[in-house]
Every structure is written in structure tokens, then in C-alpha cells.
Write a protein that binds this ligand. Structure first.
Ligand code: PEP
Length: 252
């Protein structure tokens, strides 16, 4: 039985003080919730990771980074390595977010290298994939997601998948207020699971967590999370408000 995961991607929001306040609000809200089968993650910006990992020590909250570099170390000005993340207590990383793909030109080749580097360091990866609006309009959404999955992840072996969580995020639903209908999310999640079953096997496919991301809010979370193949959500905008984020955690 797969557990549920709710992960908040704070993107380039919240300075140190705002991060501390938000974590404290989330911590105090979670303390009265029953979370035995739900994992809660938050992904602050790099500069606030250290402070946030200290604040969540001893709680059920996992801290994730929003990105990392594919190299072990070296002359990559402005970049952050897996080892650096681990040195501040971060063992989970979001890779392949559509904003990284669009604004920083991260392609499947680069993402495959990042995934490999994360796994070499025994880090957990939340790997994002999802089609653009034009792809959906042209009825190409299944093809696009299939290639994103195969090109970056189908070189992995069975054991590697223990550390992979997928996040299906249709780009047209990110930050737009437009959410995929629950049946659209379910259809894509089932499609992804089926591709994994074909490439690997049914058992592995059944064990992979697939999150949905794209304008999840307290008002639509229950409906989306109730879909059979939706194992929780990657939350952007609504994760910046403790009340909304906690309501979404409660909905899972
Ligand atoms: C995201 O960027 O991962 C995301 C899902 O954002 P939002 O919830 O704001 O659509």
C-alpha cells in the first residue's frame, strides 16, 4: 500500500524570516494531525535549507531542495552539489520541474545525469514531468510524458526506483489556477504506471508514488487525491500559506 505524500515547493519565495515563520506555523498545525500514512515535505530555497532542516528536526517533516547540479563538485559557479545538500541534512531533491526545463533549459540528458548523481548519493528524487498546453491541444500529451519518462528514467535499474517519486504536473495547470480534472490526472497517472509496468514489472509500477501538481488548493484537493493512482501532491502557490497547506495535507 503506497503512502501519501504532500510536498510544498516554495520556489523563489520566502526570505529567512518568512521561512522560519512558515515552518513554525506548519509544525504547530501538523502536531495535532494524525499522519501515520502521510509524508509531508517542504522545499525552501537553497539559502534557507540549513535553518529549516534545524527547525524540523524531530518532526515528521522532510526538507527537500528544489534543484541540484549533476557534477560531484568543481567549477560550476552558482551551483549546488548533492554532497552540499547532504551536509545540511537534505536528502531529497526535486528534479525536472517545468520551470527548470523552461527557464534553465534542463533537458532529458541533463536530468538523467542529475538523477544519477542524486541516486549515487542515496538521495530521494521527486521527478517532475508534464505536457504544455499546446501538447494537450494537439493530443500529444501522452507522447510527451512518455518521452520525458523514458529519456530521463528508463536507464534506471529496479532498485533505483525505490528512491524515485514522480510528480505529474501539466504545465498549463501550474500557477494558473487551472487544475486538471480529477479524471485527467487519473488517466495520466494510470498511463505512467502502465509504462513503468511494461518496462519493469507490475509490482514495481504499483509501488511507485505518483504525485499530482498544478493549482492544487484546499477546495480541489480531496477530489484530486481521491483518484486511485494519485498518491498526493506537489503544491506550489498554496504551500506558501500554512492554513492552505495544512488543509491540503488534511485532504490527502
Ligand atoms: C508547482 O510549481 O510545482 C506547482 C504545482 O505550482 P502551483 O501549485 O502553484 O500550480
Amino acid at each position: 500500500m503506497r503512502k501519501k505524500i504532500v510536498a510544498g515547493n516554495w520556489k523563489m519565495n520566502n526570505d529567512l524570516q518568512a521561512s522560519i515563520s512558515l515552518v513554525n506555523e506548519i509544525k504547530s498545525g501538523l502536531s495535532s494531525m494524525e499522519l501515520s500514512s502521510t509524508e509531508v515535505m517542504i522545499a525552501p530555497t537553497f539559502v534557507n535549507l540549513h535553518a529549516v532542516t534545524k527547525l524540523v528536526e524531530g518532526t515528521a517533516i522532510t526538507v527537500a531542495a528544489q534543484n541540484m547540479h549533476f557534477a560531484e563538485k568543481g567549477a560550476y559557479t552558482g551551483e549546488i552539489s548533492a554532497k552540499m545538500l547532504q551536509s545540511v541534512g537534505v536528502n531529497t531533491v526535486i528534479l525536472g520541474h517545468s520551470e527548470r526545463r523552461a527557464y534553465f533549459h534542463e533537458d532529458a540528458t541533463m536530468l538523467a545525469k542529475k538523477v544519477e548523481q542524486a541516486l549515487e548519493h542515496q538521495m530521494k528524487v521527486i521527478f517532475c514531468l508534464g505536457e504544455q498546453l499546446e501538447d494537450r491541444k494537439a493530443d500529444q500529451h501522452f507522447n510527451v510524458v512518455e518521452y520525458q519518462l523514458k529519456d530521463a528514467l528508463f536507464q534506471l535499474n529496479d532498485a533505483d526506483w525505490q528512491d524515485i517519486v514522480l510528480a505529474y504536473e501539466p504545465v498549463w495547470a501550474i500557477g494558473t489556477g487551472e487544475t486538471a480534472r480529477p479524471e485527467q490526472a487519473q488517466e495520466m497517472h494510470a498511463f505512467i504506471r502502465n509504462l513503468i509496468a511494461e518496462q519493469y514489472d507490475e509490482k514495481l509500477a504499483e509501488e511507485v508514488h505518483i504525485l499530482y501538481g498544478g493549482s492544487v488548493k484546499p477546495t480541489n484537493a480531496v477530489e484530486i487525491f481521491s483518484q486511485k493512482d494519485v498518491d498526493g501532491g506537489l503544491i506550489g502557490g498554496a504551500s506558501l500559506n500554512a492554513t492552505d497547506f495544512l488543509a491540503i495535507v488534511n485532504a490527502v
